[in-house]
Design a protein around this ligand. Sequence first.
Ligand code: HEM
Length: 409
Amino acid sequence: MTARQSSDTSDTVTPGWYGINPATDDLKTDPHARFAHLRETAPINLTPEGRWRLSRYADIQQLLKHSSVGMRHRNGLIPDHSREDSENSKFMLRMDPPDHDRLRKLVSKAFTPAALAALRPQVQAVVDGELDQSVRAGEMDLAEDFALLVPAASMCAMLGINFSDRQRLSRLVSHATYILAVKAFPELQGKAHAALEELAGYMLDLIEERRANPGTDILSAMVMAEETGDKLSTEELLQQGIGLLIAGLETTIGLIGNGMRCFAHYPDQFELLAANPELAGSAAQECLRFEPSVPMTVRVLWEDTDFGGVTIPADSVISAHLIAANRDPAVFSDPDRFDITRNEARHCSFGGGIHFCLGSHLARMNAEVAFASIARRIRDIELDEDNFRWAPSLFRIPGNIPARFALRS
Ligand code: HEM
């Protein structure tokens, strides 16, 4: 560790990248050795650009559950955003209390256990219908033809969107993710804004339609959600709708796509799942831990706080590297082993504190249906690694996973 223990302050920490510079390093393909190096050599790290980064499980849990942190600076600015952009930004993940709590409460009304339970058979029917056709060929793109299909089916059912629009929405959502990383990817901001504008037009039409003809979908529930006379405004609805697409579609494609790559790399675990479909839930958790699609989240610290003997000053922007915490040997035994029966501490892939992922149950339900359904049908997955591609997304989302396999009899 560069910083000295116990009495250190930000003045005595030597800034550095420690092998993790998002502008120059490939952090998608094989990030784990790099993050292990960061966690071991500079767990409380200050980058040359002045951003703090945490990579140990305990420090990240402390940050996410800290009562004096927010998504914004205390003056209301979102890090790296102008006053105007900050004021216009209303998705709950970018808000602090009390606005955050009000939005989350209203949107949560649509995420009931009953809504989730009603969605499961719809997702299962789409998956069964598509897989029965596509696996026959003995080869398919596990990203485009499978990983995309499952969350698209549930997001489309949830928001009442046309299933045939799934490719277009997925492309737009990929591009839009870069809006979350203005500083690291300035050259992609034009594309991100154009994608957001197109998504806004699409979502606005849907909202108007639901206002006129409310259905049983979650968007209708959001349109009608009311809490002691309070409702979501059109702008708030629009941003929660787009936000849910960005937060829910890409990330779940990543969970299923990255998970299928794990199963191809660890066939014994795939066989274990096929023989024990009741393990689909814990398999989803292990995929989330082992290859998370959202590698980090961010907070702004509102008061000087000690992390592992280093005092980080108030108003610092801190990146929490969830991907590194998920393989922290202080918490997970033999962390580089993929084990779908693992029953240890909760992984960090859904974040924590008041912003803990609102769609975590939905994402896990999608992955359970996906993994159990495919394990029932195929075996001996062989990946065409030369033609594997990441999606053009800020997150770790496979875009193409060409694969061959045998059918189970
Ligand atoms: C594997 C899939 C998913 C992953 C890895 C994931 C990950 C995350 C992460 C890391 C956060 C930020 C938490 C924090 O900073 O503490 C988050 C927040 C959020 N996610 Fe997810 N997510 C997934 C699926 C979904 C789905 C399917 C939905 C809904 C359709 C969803 C909706 C949200 C919302 C609304 C928030 C903001 C919560 C708040 O600010 O209170 N997510 N998610």
